[in-house]
Design a protein around this ligand. Structure first.
Ligand SMILES: CC(C)(COP(=O)(O)OP(=O)(O)OC[C@H]1O[C@@H](n2cnc3c(N)ncnc32)[C@H](O)[C@@H]1OP(=O)(O)O)[C@@H](O)C(=O)NCCC(=O)NCCS
Length: 171
């Protein structure tokens, strides 16, 4: 028996896909003059949170950020777009994938460059902050299906790592 309400019907991946865009400014830089990683991490968390809230139809909190890769530096003046989608859903948790690309301010006709990739876990919560059921995500395209399967691999590794550390501490 559970106190949770029934799980609502699923939604396709495209329902909650979100893009945030902003131009990087001088307040965003690190000591090297490129954009600070923490600025991009906040941007990633914001867009992922928007996708998770939209998919789950309510409040969702960041439970973990288990991978963020910065593949190219971002510069002041670059127009940066963060694209987020819900890759996978469990009972109360969701994996959100984020792809960040930059349009270089000095070569705007070139293709945007991928500058970061991240995977985050959000948990839908009720007004008291307790986990609540989230509706299933329904992958639509072959890429969505691939991301769903890859998210399951990441989750299996995440849970195995947590169990191994708990066992190590208990030994
Ligand atoms: C996230 C939080 C709600 C989870 O609560 P909890 O009581 O530990 O939840 P449970 O152990 O019942 O797990 C609930 C779900 O979260 C997942 N989860 C919990 N901790 C996790 C972690 N560290 N990494 C990944 N997933 C996690 C579980 O696998 C489970 O998923 P499922 O229901 O889809 O199977 C709670 O830890 C919390 O409030 N954390 C603070 C969140 C926060 O302040 N974030 C920053 C600001 S938004």
């Amino acid at each position: 028996m559970t106190d949770h309400p029934a799980v609502p019907p699923g939604k396709p991946t495209s329902y909650s896909r979100v893009t945030l865009s902003r131009i990087m400014t001088a307040v965003d830089v690190n000591l090297y003059g490129t954009v600070h990683g923490g600025v991009l991490m906040k941007f990633v968390d914001d867009v992922a949170g928007a996708a998770a809230a939209r998919h789950s139809g309510g409040t969702a909190v960041t439970a973990s950020i288990d991978e963020i890769v910065f593949s190219e530096p971002v510069r002041v003046g670059d127009l940066v777009h963060a694209h987020a989608q819900v890759n996978w859903t469990g009972n109360t948790s969701m994996e959100v994938g984020v792809r960040v690309v930059a349009e270089r301010w000095d070569s705007a006709e070139d293709e945007p460059v991928r500058v970061a990739t991240a995977y985050l876990v959000f948990v839908g919560v009720d007004v008291g902050g307790a986990p609540r059921p989230v509706r299933p995500v329904l992958p639509e395209t072959p890429d969505d299906e691939r991301r769903f399967r890859e998210a399951e691999i990441r989750r299996a590794h995440r849970l195995a790592r947590r169990r191994a550390i708990q066992a190590h501490r208990a030994a």
